[in-house]
Design a protein around this ligand. Structure first.
Ligand SMILES: [Zn+2]
Length: 129
């Protein structure tokens, strides 16, 4: 069944990145500020921890890199507090050689991007993942 990740105790590495705005139209003019904060890097199969902030809302996720046959990298995001949201609690995010990314969440299915792909992309751009 679903394994419960151990709490992250190593919070030494605190990084913050401002999300890149999604390309193209369809973005509301007054989009809220979005941030991703990495508290612990995922290491060799172990879980890291990050938070994603959109406006006044914040979500915590455990994150780890997983092997993939598709694309250049894949990560598993598991919501740290799954009780707050009915949309699901674990997403696989894949990155591809052309820079695109996919996610399993409903936001991605609807919009073609989501806070998970955008957040992880921002961290990858800064060589934090
Ligand atoms: Zn997503």
């Amino acid at each position: 069944m679903v394994e419960t990740p151990a709490p992250v105790t190593n919070l030494k590495e605190v990084c913050m990145s401002v999300f890149k705005r999604p390309k193209g139209a369809g973005q509301a003019p007054a989009a809220p500020e979005r941030y991703v904060t990495l508290y612990a890097r995922p290491e060799a199969g172990a879980w890291g921890y990050l938070t994603i902030t959109v406006g006044g809302d914040q979500w915590g996720y455990y994150v780890r890199e997983v092997p993939t046959q598709f694309g250049v990298a894949a990560y598993l995001l598991e919501k740290a507090d799954p009780g707050t949201d009915a949309e699901g609690e674990r997403y696989a995010v894949h990155f591809y050689a052309d820079g695109s990314a996919t996610c399993e969440c409903r936001g991605f299915l609807r919009w073609g991007h989501c806070k998970h792909t955008d957040g992880l992309a921002a961290l990858r751009e800064r060589k934090l993942l």
